[in-house]
Design a protein around this ligand. Structure first.
Ligand SMILES: [Zn+2]
Length: 200
């Protein structure tokens, strides 16, 4: 389990695909949408089926005209409930796991904000070179790791939230929640695995 990346499930692992994914991710991290025409200029027409594969796998999303990539690999340029700033770039993410996992993988300074889905409490996660120093009052915070398969953005992200305590996780999802409750340091370790192709 620990060496499995949810972003790699069902996606071609060729070097060419990794290059395309890195180009898209790096642009989004700079706060820039990615034009499909620009990707064709850089990678040739064969990039088109690769983009389709990423969209079908739930790791990239297009705008309505299907001309731009507006989110990928957990990063969104459209507003969501989860905010992540890296350096002076303000971004959004698909789930709460991303605001911990992405900085952990990239070893960057970051500021992340989400809310406990049960009580609405604001939960902040600031990283220094990818490591999180949480105060003792936050030891009860848990991230929910849902058991899921299929497209990541549809099946994993909506449930991958962070709760201020296991009690609030149970209150929101029911006592026999279908997944794991993880401390933040475990979310960070899973982030290192999940975004490993971007950290090399
Ligand atoms: Zn709460």
């Amino acid at each position: 389990m620990t060496d499995f990346s949810i972003l790699e499930a069902g996606i071609d692992k060729s070097d060419e695909m990794v290059e395309v994914r890195r180009a898209i991710f790096s642009s989004l991290l700079d706060g820039r949408v990615v034009s499909i025409d620009d990707l064709v200029d850089s990678f040739g027409e064969e990039v088109i089926p690769r983009i389709e594969e990423l969209v079908d796998g739930g790791v990239a999303i297009l705008d309505n005209e299907r001309a731009l990539i507006v989110g990928a690999e957990g990063i969104s340029l459209a507003e969501t409930a989860h905010r992540l700033s890296i350096g002076d770039i303000s971004l959004y993410t698909w789930c709460a796991f991303d605001i911990v996992g992405i900085p952990a993988a990239l070893k960057v300074d970051s500021r992340g904000v989400t809310n406990c889905p049960t009580c609405g409490r604001e939960l902040r996660f600031d990283a220094s070179r990818g490591s999180f120093d949480l105060g003792s009052e936050d030891e009860r915070i848990v991230g929910f790791w849902p058991n899921s398969s299929g497209p990541v953005i549809a099946n994993f992200c909506p449930s991958a939230l962070i709760y201020c305590s296991i009690d609030h996780l149970r209150e929101h999802r029911g006592g026999s929640f279908d997944g794991q409750a993880l401390p933040i340091e475990d979310l960070a370790s899973r982030g290192e695995v999940t975004w490993r192709i971007f950290s090399a």
